[in-house]
Design a protein around this ligand. Structure first.
Ligand code: ZN
Length: 381
């Protein structure tokens, strides 16, 4: 996938240009000679490309430090305001739209509520209007620096054509969101599942920066995962790789909302726990805090299955870290307490102690930052 950019002249498309930009992003601070030795590209070529990146305002020089052989080396960094990304986070009842810098800082954000029963076309119109109003508040110079629009959504999305295949909670099916917004706005648009967006955001700007083989396990009103191998997101044939919420863990288990029995998410996600206990998840949480037997039991069971899910993930993908994200993890910190030991007890012996469990770093803006990380990931590839 290539991105047509405003900087799209002569050498901009060249592989080396994006390779160096990617390395500068990844290392945060790096010198020209370090870039040359990492890439085996000659010092002269690195010098030329770096000059171009500085002219394109994508990177900046930020002082000097002692080099390997005692010579002072100039340090390069991404220029956070060299370009902007519009990030759109579509969640249950709320849509957040923000413009975000190249280092993942949210400059300006607006939220609006919508009703999941509203037709998708109506909601897409509201998104287009929201983006237009956000862009019209930017200076002309800043608006010209917008790379693309990234959209994060909890559902199945086709890739790269960005069609929403299904969002069970919204009853949206086959919505060509990318095509529609591209036509309405004239920007490039990238759309993907919110768990992938979360993993990319933490990998680019948060707690997962150092891991190139990583999995994000997300537990909210459903369960999903995203998988990164050697810095590449895995998508599978239908861009649904990682939909582990509907893996059968107990063929005689509880009925899942997908119509099957004993899916992983029947043990873990808030909507299934609410269904089984006939109480809201907040009530379950209070009852757990008060030590009520039934609540301690159901959360204890969730934790056992979380340990199992992690040990299965480790066997399947051999990641060096698993990011644990989503509202259930935030609401029930007990789920992650000693979870490393539990998962290690359950995992196949040769893989014991081969992985870290990591919590997210980005916080409340993770949805819009994740949406913009989708764009940046494609741009840097
Ligand atoms: Zn299911």
């Amino acid at each position: 996938m290539t991105v047509n950019l405003k900087y799209d002249q002569k050498n901009v498309r060249e592989y080396h240009y994006f390779l160096l930009l990617n390395l500068i992003q990844k290392h945060k601070q790096i010198s020209r000679s370090q870039l040359a030795s990492l890439t085996m590209i000659s010092n002269t070529t690195v010098g030329k490309i770096v000059k171009q990146l500085i002219e394109d305002k994508l990177i900046v020089e930020v002082g000097q430090r002692e080099g390997d052989v005692g010579r002072r080396a100039t340090i390069l960094e991404i220029n956070p305001k060299g370009a902007y990304i519009i990030g759109v986070d579509i969640d249950l009842n709320t849509i957040k739209i923000a413009y975000v810098t190249l280092d993942g800082m949210v400059i300006k954000k607006q939220n609006f509520n919508f009703d999941v029963q509203q037709p998708a076309e109506f909601v897409l119109d509201k998104i287009a209007t929201g983006i237009t109003s956000l862009v019209s508040d930017m200076s002309v110079a800043d608006a010209e620096k917008i790379l693309a629009v990234g959209i994060s959504i909890p559902g199945l999305v086709s890739w790269p054509d960005g069609k929403i295949l299904t969002v069970p909670q919204f009853s949206w099916n086959n919505i060509p969101i990318k095509e529609y917004l591209k036509k309405e706005l004239g920007f490039h648009v990238y759309v993907d599942n919110h768990v992938r967006a979360e993993l990319l955001a933490e990998s680019l700007f948060g707690s997962m920066v150092e891991y190139s083989d990583a999995v994000c396990l997300y537990i909210g009103s459903g369960v999903g995962s995203a998988i990164m191998v050697n810095n590449e997101i895995l998508r599978g044939q239908r861009n649904t790789l990682g939909e582990i919420g509907h893996m059968t863990l107990d063929p005689n288990g509880a009925l899942c909302d997908c119509g099957r029995l004993g899916c992983l998410q029947t043990f873990l996600c808030s909507s299934e726990i609410e269904k089984q206990t006939m109480r809201s998840i907040d009530e379950v949480s209070w009852a757990y805090e008060e030590g009520k037997d039934w609540a301690v039991k159901i959360i204890g069971r969730a934790k056992s299955y979380l340990g199992l899910a992690i040990s299965n993930i480790i066997c399947m993908y051999n990641p060096s870290a698993v990011l644990l994200a989503g509202p259930m993890i935030e609401q029930f910190p007990i789920l992650v307490e000693d979870l490393g030991d539990l998962s290690n007890d359950l995992v196949w012996t040769p893989l014991r102690d081969s992985f870290q469990l990591v919590l997210p770093d980005i916080g409340k803006d993770s949805g819009v930052v994740g949406a913009s990380a989708l764009v940046l990931n494609e741009f840097l590839r």
